[in-house]
Design a protein around this ligand. Sequence first.
Ligand code: ADP
Ligand code: BMX
Length: 292
Amino acid sequence: MAARPVLAVDLGGTKILAALVTGATILQSRETATDRSGGPEAWLRQIGALVGDWAGEWGAAGITVTGLIHGDEWSALNPGTLDLPARYPLAERARALLGGPVALANDAQAAAWGEFRHGAGTGTRDMVFLTVSTGIGGGIVAGGRLLAGRSGLAGHAGLLHPLPDGGADLFEDHASGRWIGRAAGQADARAAFAALPDPLAEEAIATSAMRVAALCRNLQLLVDPELIVIGGGVGLAPGYLPRVAAALSPLAPLYRPSLARAALGTGAGVIGIADLAGKARQGNTHMEESES
Ligand code: ADP
Ligand code: BMX
């Protein structure tokens, strides 16, 4: 008998997306705005309200979140992206909410896995995924394995320090969707894109794209992936990826990243965590599994 779908949730700094997923197919999905001033209990209640009437329709569950997943615990690394208490016991609370084990992963790592398994990264062995969204997240697949790293940090490109003497400054605070909204004098990045060709919006979006291009260049030197896949609300917005690509075009081929738009679009995270949760259901609880 075919396995039942996986209940997959992607909790970001701006939106919560819940879906029933089989393989690369999103059978149903629902979305709500993240209650940014609430806390983890409020966000779990939001998830409960989104998925409550799907009870009985799924056979495994996974939640992917902005922030650090280390074992069973969830912490913010940049509270500006989403503020939550350190070492929140997400595995235990999610299990209580959904009534069974719940696979967990960072949102960009899960999206990297989704794009590798079913999206733009199919057929590669080494790829990097970047989400340009509320913050900027990253995930690395190397040799067909999703890297979590020693503590779950692997791929956290948005937390790079932009300048050696920049103190606590973080890269994403100079390029993310939150930054674009502020720099463009708009409510958020979506409004900045809608305001184009307003010069302030144009400058903010172009500057973000130029900085993300520099990030891609550095990632190429560190990982030398076959592909850098770009997703997230800003990364997928019309005109953003072409601006990043244009900034990279003068580079010599050795250093120039191959860019691709996330083929799974905004569904990369839920498709990735669904795959990881499906592996866990089969008794393969190790989250950094190779494709086989
Ligand atoms: P999350 O960060 O919760 O995963 P998103 O990937 O949607 O959510 O990223 C949110 C950011 O993307 C916000 O800054 C938002 O304004 C921006 N954004 C969302 N949709 C669009 C769009 N269609 N065009 C431009 N920017 C968008
Ligand atoms: C931040 C960090 C990452 C996350 C990335 C993208 C927090 C709360 N989040 O760098 O873990 O992957 O933002 O998150 O520290 P998003 O909400 O923009 O998708």
